[in-house]
Design a protein. Structure first.
Length: 89
């Protein structure tokens, strides 16, 4: 099996794993079970993976992490917005 094909399959599966959580978070707006620290660290880590993928010129790693940054970043955004809302009450 070609290493890029294996990378795309792995990237597709791990990236797709975030889609249900993202959809659920946007629909329900209930972020009480989401850890701000975890999503902050994860989003920073994904950003670093993007930089690494560009350095080694790995398309599977780059594409998967750009998509993952969108999903994790949107959940992080919603979590921050929910915390701001809680503080204003």
């Amino acid at each position: 099996m070609d290493s890029n094909l294996l990378g795309f399959i792995a990237a597709g599966l791990t990236t797709a794993a975030f889609i249900p959580q993202t959809i659920q978070s946007w629909r329900s707006r209930d972020l009480s079970g989401i850890s701000l620290t975890m999503y902050s660290l994860f989003t920073i880590g994904v950003t670093l993976w993007i930089m690494y993928a560009m350095l080694i010129q790995s398309w599977p790693v780059l594409i998967a992490n750009v998509i993952t940054l969108g999903t994790s970043g949107s959940i992080l955004y919603l979590k921050i917005q929910s915390l701001k809302k809680d503080v204003q009450i």
